[in-house]
Design a protein around this ligand. Structure first.
Ligand code: PSV
Ligand code: MN
Ligand code: MN
Length: 388
C-alpha cells in the first residue's frame, strides 16, 4: 500500500520550471505564426509565467535564455520576478546564433571564435550572480556535417578546455548542466551527442557539473528511463528539459506524444530519490507552442508532469519489490501498470483544493481574464520571439 499523505506532500512540493521562450512566438524554419498578446520583453514573459504559477501552484521558477532575454538590469528583472512570487531559474547560454559559430563555438578550430564563445559563457555566470540563478545550462550546437571536416578528438579537447574554464568561474552554490543532443544542427558528428559524452565531461569536471536530459534529444527507441536511473544512481542527473516528440526534437507539450514514457521516466525519478529537493534535480520544460495558445499550453504541460509524477508515486513499492524478488515477471509488470492506469486527476484536484487553488488549472486560467487583458493591452512594440 502506498502512503497517500506522503504522495500528497510530494505532489505539493514538486517544482516545475517554465522556459521564458515558451511564452514568446516560435515556429519552425518554415514559418513563425504570430499570436496576439504575446510578451514584448522579458518582463512580460515573467508576468505570463506568474499566471501559470497562480493556476498550478507548482511553477514558481522561470528559466532565461541569453541573449533572447537580455536586459540592462538583471537585478531589476529579479526584483520583477520576486514581486510576482517567482524566482529566476537556469540561465541558458546561446552560442549557436552568430555567424561566427558556423564551424562551432567552443570546439571551433579558430581560437578567436572559441574565445568569443567562452566569453559569452562566462558572461552568463555573471548574469547568474545578479539573477540569483543556481544553474547554467549549456547546450552546444557544435559538430560537423561531413566526415573529415574536422578532427573529432581535437574538438573534444577544445570542449574540455572551455568547460573547465567555466567550471572554475562557478560560485559555491552554482552548477553547470551539460545538455546533449544526438543531431541537429550538425548532421554528421555532434560534439556532445549523448549522455555518455556529457557524463564523461561532467565526471572529470567535478560535483558542480551535472547532466541534463532533454527528452527530445535521443534516437527513436532510446530507453530514456534507463539513462535517468543510471545518472541518478551516480549523482549526476542535474535535471530535465521536458518536451515530447514524434519524430526528432519536436518540442511539443510534455506528455502529449507518449504519456507512458513520461510515467516510466518519473517512476525512475521517484524510485531513485530524485523528487527530494536535496538531489537538485530540476524539472524544467523546454518547449515551443507554435500553433496552440501559449499560456494554457504551458499550464497543460505542468499538469501532464504532475499527473505522471502522481502515477509514479502511486506505484506500490512493497508489492513491486515482492514480485521482483519472487521473479514474478507478470505480477511486477502488473503492479507498475496498475499505477499507470490509475486516474489521478481527482487526487490532483483535491491536492490543489487543499492548497487553496482551483481544482482545474485550465479553468482557473480561463476565468482569470488574463488572456483578454494581454490581447487588448499588449499592442505596439516588437513581440518577443524564439530566436529573436
Ligand atoms: C536545443 O535543441 C535545445 O533543446 C537547448 O536546450 C536550447 O537551449 C533550446 O533547445 C532552445 O530552444
Ligand atoms: Mn533543451
Ligand atoms: Mn532541443
Amino acid at each position: 500500500m502506498t502512503d497517500r499523505s506522503a504522495v500528497r506532500a510530494a505532489l505539493k512540493s514538486q517544482r516545475i520550471e517554465t522556459p521564458s521562450w515558451a511564452y514568446g512566438n516560435s515556429g519552425t524554419r518554415f514559418k513563425v505564426f504570430r499570436q496576439e498578446g504575446v510578451p514584448r520583453d522579458p518582463y512580460e514573459k515573467l508576468d505570463d509565467a506568474a499566471q501559470v504559477h497562480a493556476a498550478t501552484g507548482v511553477a514558481p521558477v522561470v528559466a532565461l535564455h541569453i541573449p533572447w532575454d537580455r536586459v540592462e538590469d538583471y537585478a531589476g528583472l529579479r526584483a520583477h520576478a520576486e514581486e510576482r512570487g517567482l524566482t529566476l531559474g537556469a540561465i541558458n547560454s546561446n552560442v549557436f546564433q552568430d555567424d561566427d559559430y558556423k564551424l562551432g563555438s567552443v570546439t571551433n578550430p579558430d581560437p578567436a571564435v572559441r574565445r568569443k564563445a567562452l566569453g559569452h559563457l562566462l558572461e552568463c555566470v555573471d548574469i547568474m550572480d545578479a539573477t540569483g540563478s543556481r544553474d547554467l545550462k549549456l547546450w552546444f550546437s557544435d559538430g560537423t556535417n561531413y566526415p573529415g571536416q574536422d578532427d573529432i578528438a581535437a574538438r573534444q579537447d577544445r570542449l574540455a578546455e572551455a568547460l573547465a574554464a567555466v567550471y572554475q568561474r562557478l560560485g559555491d552554490d552554482q552548477r553547470m548542466l551539460l545538455e546533449y543532443k544526438l543531431f541537429e544542427p550538425a548532421f554528421y558528428a555532434t560534439d556532445v551527442p549523448d549522455w555518455g559524452t556529457a557524463y564523461a565531461h561532467c565526471l572529470k569536471l567535478g560535483p558542480k557539473a551535472q547532466v541534463v536530459v532533454d527528452t527530445g534529444h535521443h534516437a527513436p527507441g532510446t530507453n530514456i528511463e534507463f539513462i535517468v536511473a543510471f545518472l541518478l544512481r551516480e549523482g549526476k542527473l542535474g535535471g530535465f528539459d521536458f518536451n515530447s516528440r514524434f519524430y526528432a526534437d519536436d518540442d511539443l507539450m510534455v506528455g502529449a506524444a507518449d504519456p507512458f514514457q513520461l510515467f516510466r521516466i518519473l517512476y525512475e525519478v521517484v524510485k531513485n530519490g530524485g523528487l527530494r529537493a536535496e538531489t537538485g534535480v530540476a524539472f524544467m520544460l523546454d518547449q515551443c507552442h507554435n500553433i496552440e495558445a501559449k499560456i494554457p499550453a504551458i499550464i497543460r504541460s505542468v499538469m501532464n508532469v504532475q499527473e505522471a509524477t502522481a502515477k509514479a508515486l502511486l506505484v506500490d513499492a512493497d508489492a513491486l519489490a515482492a514480485a521482483q524478488l519472487a521473479g514474478d515477471v507478470l505480477e511486477a509488470n502488473a503492479v507498475l501498470m496498475d499505477a499507470y492506469n490509475t486516474d489521478v486527476r481527482p487526487l490532483l484536484a483535491s491536492v490543489r483544493e487543499e492548497q487553496g487553488l482551483h481544482p482545474d488549472p485550465m479553468a482557473a486560467y480561463r476565468a482569470s481574464g488574463w488572456q483578454q487583458q494581454i490581447v487588448s493591452g499588449r499592442v505596439g512594440g516588437e513581440q518577443a520571439g524564439w530566436g529573436a
